[in-house]
Write a protein of this length. Structure first.
Length: 239
């Protein structure tokens, strides 16, 4: 299912100079913010949880997921260059699976690693906060990558829709409307983080069982459907 050539081309597209700068901007901002907060307030568990939960998980991870997930295939579909890839003797679900793995890897590196570094800066992993939020970033990276890769496959406006989901649905409705929290990748990942940290510093509105099931179901269904949509794309000369 995994094709090294497709992976190499996808990495090259995602980590080009301009996109790499965009991907690196938020992680750098998180680390700078963490250094400043630590210098001003010292090591404080609640402050660390607020910064990691409010910025890293709620903002940085989904935005990076949008960039990596949609960027793994969306531009190729938009400019038509995907036809060259589809003309190769590769199964189309295998192309989607490979691009998903690349998107997940890029999202994890640019979100989970800086989250861990920021957590260690803020309070040295007191109360397991740094590790808990790092795991949340890892878990959400998988679901976000699958969702946004699907969006990149079905829509030319995938980035816009992805940002609306991440910043409007999750950040706004997810905080104001109780029912919306159940459909929030952020809340699912926080349920896992809560299990690791314990206590009240890391909380979620979704149970761990529900979160685990939804994370798996959404990731699998989004990947499957993206493969089906790519399968329906017709090349010139195909019946």
């Amino acid at each position: 299912m995994y094709d090294p050539t497709v992976a190499r081309l996808t990495y090259r597209a995602l980590l080009g100079r301009r996109r790499a700068l965009i991907l690196g901007a938020l992680p750098l901002l998180l680390i700078v913010l963490s250094v400043a907060v630590r210098a001003l307030t010292g090591a404080d568990d609640q402050t660390a949880a607020d910064v990691l939960g409010g910025f890293a998980i709620a903002t940085m991870v989904p935005i990076i997921g949008v960039i990596a997930g949609t960027g793994a295939i969306g531009p190729e579909i938009d400019d038509g260059s995907v036809v060259y890839l589809l003309s190769k003797p590769l199964k189309r679900p295998a192309i989607i699976f490979t691009k998903l793995i690349v998107a997940i890897a890029v999202t994890m590196v640019f979100s989970a690693v800086p989250t861990l570094i920021a957590g260690l800066i803020l309070n040295g992993n007191g109360q397991q906060i740094a590790v808990a939020y790092t795991v949340a970033a890892l878990v959400s990276s998988i679901a976000y990558s699958a969702l946004f890769l699907l969006l990149g496959t079905v829509s030319r406006h995938a980035v816009v829709f992805g940002l609306v989901y991440a910043l409007v649905w999750e950040a706004l409705f997810g905080s104001l409307v109780p029912g919306a929290r159940t459909l929030s990748v952020q809340q699912w990942s926080l349920a896992v983080a809560h299990k690791i940290a314990g206590g009240d510093l890391v909380t979620s509105q979704v149970s761990l069982t529900t979160a685990t099931v939804l994370l798996v179901v959404v990731t699998v269904l989004a990947t499957w459907y993206a493969g089906q949509k790519l399968r329906t794309l017709k090349l010139a000369g195909e019946e």
